[in-house]
Design a binder for this molecule. Structure first.
Ligand code: AR6
Length: 196
């Protein structure tokens, strides 16, 4: 596909997304944006890191966040001492534009019958719980587990969006951004939005 065609397609999808948002029961309460971006560049109160149990950094979004935040982040993560799968913890944002980083550890995909869906849903719930506790008003999520941990992107985006909208049903104070690092992720979120 030519880049021009892809741009046009994304433009169509964006209009479709706006219509979709408008068709939800109370559009003023739905504050989910789907954004193609590098999460480390966003000026939001908090960005979420798809970390591992050690919290000591790694590849993917975790590596990008640690590189940009600087060594203070690694030090604080070391003091925390790790994070179980499905849980979350919070640190300062250091050199990032975001004030906070919420670190969560998604499940490694093992075929789908080993509690992966529930663990992934827990990641989102625990991140939102920390966001509420810290008065965070805007939060950006990467597609947790959908990279190195192998969770199928379509399924990961469906779970993410379901948890985001469930949370926003009870708390409409927080702006939620689903960050996509590829057009595939973007298209999966649009599909998931259709299924809401
Ligand atoms: N901004 C937004 N999204 C990103 C960025 C970025 N800068 N970089 C990658 N993604 P992954 P996981 C997307 O692998 O699957 C690490 O080594 C990426 O395209 O970062 O939860 C940790 O230390 C994908 O859609 O996280 C763990 O060991 C999504 O973020 C392990 O990887 C998640 O991909 C965690 O694996």
């Amino acid at each position: 596909m030519e880049p021009q065609e892809l741009r046009l397609m994304l433009k169509d999808l964006e209009s479709d997304l706006i219509e979709r948002k408008a068709s939800l029961s109370d559009p003023d309460r739905i504050k989910i944006s789907i954004l193609l971006a590098d999460i480390t560049t966003l000026k939001v109160d908090a960005i979420v890191n798809a970390a591992n149990n050690s919290l000591l950094g790694g590849g993917g979004v975790d590596g990008a966040i640690h590189r940009k935040a600087g060594p203070g982040l690694l030090e604080e993560c070391r003091r925390i001492g790790g994070c179980p799968t499905g849980e979350a913890c919070i640190t300062r944002g250091y050199h990032l534009a975001a004030r906070w980083i919420i670190h969560t550890v998604g499940p490694i995909w093992r075929g789908g019958n080993n509690g992966e869906d529930d663990q992934l849903a827990c990641c989102y719930r625990n991140c939102f719980a920390l966001a509420e506790q810290h008065g965070i008003k805007s939060i950006a999520f990467p597609a947790i587990s959908a990279g190195a941990y192998g969770f199928p992107m379509e399924r990961a985006c469906r779970i993410a969006l379901a948890e985001m909208s469930t949370f926003l049903e009870k708390c409409d104070e927080i702006e939620v951004i689903a960050v996509c690092f590829s057009t595939k992720a973007y298209l999966c979120y649009i599909d998931a939005l259709r299924g809401l």
